[in-house]
Design a protein around this ligand. Structure first.
Ligand SMILES: *Cc1c(COP(=O)(O)O)cnc(C)c1O
Length: 356
């Protein structure tokens, strides 16, 4: 059972807005709002006054437009794929032009439709992932015709190391960004993702683009999490057994009992997006119940010897993510980041939305 606390998402949005002062705050809801449900999350954010959303693909933008109505701005971070321009334009999506090539395709769509289309210009300030290279920005600056038919709504870039405040790349990227954007038409400016917001007001500009922090991932690794947890993941106990000493447990018998123990099998596995290597624990009434043996596709075996006998029964729920074990803790067990844990959580869970 996957509980998604939309009240906490809203609270996180308010906390970020407070920190941002006069800077506007968008909501990044790409990849189905990091797996939590873009429709539910975007609606909850809209209720907090959020009127700007970012997705990765035009298809995600089309789905969002259908539920948000005409008003909110929806930016497509990866740019509109060739062939999808007419549909994206009809839905009022704002394409993020990451290259002169993407810009030309959007310009051609505007010419064909004989009306102005909204666009964001992304420049590469030093992440080397997406955005126009400095030489492309120079070409653009020298030829105003390259923006014919386009309404430039935003000039943006993305930070590579914002979660490491001491990293010299942050100041360097900001410097590059300021130099590149000065060559482009005046438009609102955006640089910060979640962690970027915590680098200080110098990084805020006109619009911030948080995703992770809205969903309870700590934007300040190594420091206390300033955000509220959003996700609680529970799994049902399927079966309970008592094992004698020296018994093999699970695939490959990677675990052998040292003495008698009580074990429970829970209904959650790697097919649900729980990393096979995340040998964490489950929690019941605040007691940690360690995993034993390998994580299976649909089940995990846990040692429940720490609980009083009869305390846990088939059908009871144990907690995998929640107050005792945050998303970022689970990520640590799996050797990954909270982003991957959230986006990986499968679609087999019964989802419960609270506080929308
Ligand atoms: C994903 C993404 C964001 C949001 O990043 P978080 O670290 O989740 O806040 C912002 N901007 C761009 C360009 C992105 O790709």
């Amino acid at each position: 059972m996957l509980h998604i606390d939309l009240g906490a998402v809203r609270e996180n949005y308010r906390r970020l807005k407070e920190r941002l002062g006069a800077t506007r705050c968008a909501g990044v809801v790409k990849a189905d709002a990091y797996g939590l449900g873009a429709v539910q999350v975007a609606k909850a954010l809209a209720r907090e006054g959020c009127d700007t959303f970012f997705v990765a693909h035009a298809g995600e933008g089309l789905a969002l437009r259908a539920v948000l109505g005409r008003e909110p701005a929806i930016y497509v971070l990866n740019g509109t794929a060739p062939g999808a321009e007419a549909e994206a334009a009809a839905a009022g999506l704002t394409t993020v032009a990451n290259s002169l090539e993407q810009l030309a395709a959007w310009r051609a769509a505007a010419r064909k439709l004989d009306r102005k289309l909204p666009a964001a210009l992304q420049v590469d300030s030093g992440m080397s992932r997406l955005g126009m290279m400095p030489s492309e920005v120079e070409t653009l600056a020298a030829d105003a015709g390259l923006l014919d038919g386009l309404d430039v709504k935003l000039v943006m870039s993305h930070l590579a190391c914002a979660d490491e405040p001491e990293h010299p790349a942050n100041a360097l990227q900001k410097k590059n960004f300021d130099r590149l954007r000065a060559m482009l038409p005046a438009a609102p400016v955006s640089l910060a993702n979640s962690s970027g917001i915590f680098l200080g007001t110098d990084y805020h500009y006109d619009l911030a683009r948080p995703g992770a922090a809205l969903y309870g991932i700590n934007p300040t690794p190594g420091h206390a999490n300033p955000m509220r947890e959003v996700v609680r993941l529970e799994a049902k106990v399927i079966q309970i057994r008592t094992l004698e000493g020296d018994i093999g447990v699970g695939y490959g018998h990677t675990y052998r009992t040292a003495g008698p123990l009580r074990a429970a099998t829970i209904s959650l596995g790697y097919a649900d997006g729980w990393h096979r290597r995340a040998a964490a624990g489950a929690y019941f009434n605040g007691v940690r119940l360690p995993f034993i043996g390998r994580v299976s596709m649909d089940s995990i075996i846990i040692d429940i010897s720490a609980l009083p006998e009869e305390a846990l029964k088939a059908g009871d729920l144990v907690e995998l993510i929640g107050s005792h074990q945050a998303v970022d803790d689970v990520a640590g067990h799996a050797g990954t980041i909270g982003y991957e844990v959230l986006t990986g959580l499968g679609h087999r869970f019964h989802r419960i939305y609270e506080g929308g």
